[in-house]
Design a protein around this ligand. Structure first.
Ligand code: GDP
Length: 131
């Protein structure tokens, strides 16, 4: 998911280009906005963390781009492509290094396991929206 800051700062095209150049195939793509309720569900795993309310408010603050991506070893390779959660610690050339400003507004989300990728993909897309 390209987060609200990535979209608002005009980085959608550049980020999608980096993803495609990184060898990922786009299976599904959507421009939409999360309600607070849906953002809260999406990040329910973090509901006990001190930053949860800020995270939900931020993730529902503007439009996002959701995608399902396909590649061998996709989860790990995507984490490498996007870089560390805190952009100040993200390796040079990674998406968060290039396009993110803070740990809150860090431009992009990637699933942390194949299982969560299935769950998160189903948040946004029906079977008829995947190609
Ligand atoms: P990710 O998988 O790299 O996105 O990181 P996590 O799953 O651990 O956290 C989810 C999101 O919560 C991150 O992308 C950040 O936007 C936010 N987040 C994580 N840790 C912190 C933190 O310590 N402070 C704040 N403000 N936000 C955080």
């Amino acid at each position: 998911m390209i987060k609200p800051d990535g979209v608002a700062n005009g980085h959608t095209g550049a980020i999608l280009e980096d993803i495609i150049k990184g060898g990922f195939k786009i299976i599904a793509l959507k421009y939409t906005r999360l309600s607070k309720e849906i953002a809260g569900q999406f990040y329910a795993v973090h509901s006990e963390r001190p930053f949860y309310t800020d995270l939900v408010n931020f993730m529902s603050s503007g439009p996002i781009v959701a995608a399902i991506l396909e590649k061998d070893n996709a989860v790990e390779d995507f984490r490498t492509l996007i870089g560390a959660t805190d952009p100040s610690k993200a390796d040079a050339g990674t998406i968060r290094n290039k396009y993110a400003k803070s740990i809150d507004a860090n431009a992009i989300h990637g699933s942390d396991s194949d299982e969560n990728a299935q769950i998160e993909g189903s948040f946004f897309f029906t079977a008829f929206e995947r190609f």
